[in-house]
Design a protein around this ligand. Structure first.
Ligand SMILES: C[S@@+](CC[C@H](N)C(=O)[O-])C[C@H]1O[C@@H](n2cnc3c(N)ncnc32)[C@H](O)[C@@H]1O
Length: 135
């Protein structure tokens, strides 16, 4: 399988998928230089299976229908809040491919609670504003 791991930071999911499932992963990330992550892949023995890419999530350097799966763990809320973004990312999937998104999600909207609890504000920062209920 060819997997796109979108906005993956320190790459734990990419390394896990390569090691445990033998898949080939394109690990696309904006904030961390590709060389830094490529060195981590080499150190963890998956350098030939995981490809480090530095890219902005709205301007991905991939061809259409290239991946069997696209996943994004704890990052989608940084770049996917536009309703139309899911259509953009979907075009990189082969027919029948799978999109998997995992994001932090409170049980109630934070505004209903009068704002984010202190432990979230101090731990996450202002970006906690992007946390929403599953609904
Ligand atoms: C602060 S991190 C998420 C925190 C996470 N808990 C962790 O352990 O790294 C946010 C991630 O989203 C990615 N990101 C933010 N904006 C992005 C964008 N416009 N395009 C692609 N990736 C983006 C960053 O590269 C980073 O990996």
């Amino acid at each position: 399988m060819k997997v796109l791991d979108l906005g993956r930071g320190p790459a734990m999911a990419s390394i896990f998928l390569a090691r445990e499932h033998g898949v080939e992963v394109w690990a696309s990330e904006l904030w961390i230089p590709a060389e830094e992550n490529a060195a981590r892949f080499d150190q963890t023995g998956v350098g030939d299976q995981v490809h480090a890419v530095r890219a902005e999530a709205h301007d991905l350097p991939f061809e259409s229908e290239q991946f069997d799966a696209v996943l994004s763990v704890d990052r989608y809320h940084y770049f996917g809040s536009d309703d139309l973004y899911v259509g953009y990312i979907g075009k990189f999937l082969k027919t029948g491919g799978q999109l998997s998104i995992a994001v932090p999600s409170p049980h109630r909207e934070l505004r209903e609670l009068g704002g984010a609890p202190e432990y979230l504000r101090s731990g996450v920062g202002w970006e906690v504003l992007a946390f929403h209920t599953p609904g």
